[in-house]
Design a protein around this ligand. Structure first.
Ligand SMILES: *Cc1c(COP(=O)(O)O)cnc(C)c1O
Length: 440
């Protein structure tokens, strides 16, 4: 972006000045609609279809990953209250958080310990199902545990799967793909942690490393995969399958909140805070939640101050035509899962009527929150996952206009704040100790 264009942009969107200064900001989405009509690219039927597919695969998942047995082969995490963390935040911030503070524990999702165990694994399974059915090896009515047989592994070994990732998507695709027998190649950005690459190589996955960031890793992966008809490229920037895989979580949240006797209706608003990288994970979840809860759910995306790509893309309407680097930011953050400079335009456009807003959070908060959560609740979440924790703080401090506009100020005592914890369980002990120490 040249200087005159940037100047024009700054005049039109003065909030960019704050982004340039790396201030934490709350942006209200002015295209938000109380009751958005169904989108053009994804329908609710796509999500129910995905939910059914995951049920078909449950028999296989249970067999291949015994840790999923207790949930009958469904890859799901719990929702819990975090009262001690709430007290800690209130004490530190001199702020009262009315209502409940709850955590969606995707850091503890089985198989790959992050939100990517939803979309990423779903797309691999869908691809495996399509190949098997097209080759006459599988029927929709079959017991899918047969996918665990050697004959299937041999069949899948003719095929390749490739993906570009900052780390966690690569882990999910790599672990699931390798288990089924696929040849998996993961194109890793420079942000990816060493241990993630090592773990994948251990599982027989090919890891290609790049000096540059996520966008480049995806681009290279896409290019290499295009030239090979046996290769399926999982496109984190554009994939509808990833998106609907994430969206299935909304049905599960609905059941879980019911079981927990947490009401969501016009007098009991639900606020959801989702860490955002390229947008697919949080976008899919947001899409699903909106279908279920309509105007009673208020969804905010969280991004590092160095990587506010979705905020920039949606606010300016430029979507993937603008990057964090265009306004002089580095896209360098310890929140590796969120180190994305350019957002998905597919997701950004889907989010126009759905998302309440985006906010930014700095790395120092992520580390304070990481330690606090560990000490108060004995929960370990990776830095990216803590971006959600900042949500209630910035909304209550700076979101008065939003709350007022939607008649929420008088309902806050009945509110539920659901922070989506997006990752952590795969982080090795020595890395955890490093995060918990004062050396970072
Ligand atoms: C990938 C990831 C996100 C964000 O998901 P996107 O689809 O990239 O927006 C958030 N947190 C963690 C830990 C992640 O790995």
């Amino acid at each position: 972006m040249n200087e005159t264009n940037l100047k024009k942009l700054l005049q039109k969107f003065p909030l960019i000045n704050d982004l340039i200064e790396q201030k934490t900001v709350l942006w209200e989405n002015d295209k938000y609609l109380k009751n958005p009509s169904s989108s053009t690219q994804v329908g609710l039927n796509d999500v129910t279809d995905a939910a059914k597919r995951l049920e078909r695969f449950a028999a296989y998942i249970q067999l291949a990953f015994p840790e999923t047995e207790k949930n009958n082969g469904l890859i799901e995490s719990s929702i819990i209250e975090i009262p001690n963390m709430k007290m800690l935040i209130e004490g530190r911030r001199g702020l009262r958080i009315p209502g409940k503070l709850m955590l969606k524990c995707d850091h503890a999702l089985p198989i790959s310990g992050s939100i990517k165990a939803r979309g990423g694994i779903y797309e691999v399974l869908k691809h495996a199902e399509t190949l098997s059915i097209n080759n006459g090896l599988l029927n929709l009515e079959d017991n899918y545990s047969k996918l665990n047989d050697d004959s299937f592994r041999q069949f899948f070994s003719q095929y390749k799967i490739a993906v570009g990732s900052t780390g966690n998507l690569g882990l999910s695709i790599g672990i699931m793909g390798a288990k089924l027998g696929f040849n998996v190649t993961v194109h890793m950005s420079s942000d990816a942690k060493e241990w993630k690459k090592a773990l994948l190589r251990e599982k027989g996955v090919t890891v290609i490393e790049y000096e540059s960031d996520y966008s480049k890793a995806v681009e290279e992966g896409r290019k290499q995969a295009e030239s090979d008809p046996m290769c399926h490229f999982i496109d984190d920037e554009n994939s509808k399958d990833l998106f609907v895989g994430y969206a299935v979580s909304a049905f599960r949240v609905q059941q879980q909140l019911k079981q927990l006797n947490v009401k969501v209706d016009k007098d009991h608003p639900l606020f959801v805070y989702l860490p955002c990288g390229v947008g697919g994970g949080p976008g899919g979840v947001a899409y699903g939640l909106k279908q279920i809860y309509g105007e009673n759910v208020h969804i905010f995306f969280a991004e590092p101050t160095q990587s506010p790509c979705m905020l920039l893309g949606m606010m300016t309407d430029l979507h993937d035509k603008i990057a964090a680097q265009d306004i002089g930011l580095t896209n360098k953050t310890e929140a590796d899962g969120l180190a994305v400079g350019r957002a998905s335009s597919f997701v950004g456009k889907e989010m126009e009527p759905i998302l309440s807003g985006c906010y930014t959070v700095d790395d120092s908060f992520l580390f304070r929150s990481l330690k606090g959560m560990y000490e108060q609740e004995n929960i370990f979440m990776e830095p990216s996952a803590h971006a959600g924790i900042y949500g209630p703080i910035i909304l209550l401090n700076e979101g008065k206009s939003y709350l007022e506009k939607h008649g929420l100020l008088s309902k806050l005592e009945n509110a539920t704040h659901l922070v989506w914890s997006t990752g952590g369980n795969m982080v090795p002990q020595d890395q955890r100790q490093l995060y918990l120490s004062d050396r970072i």
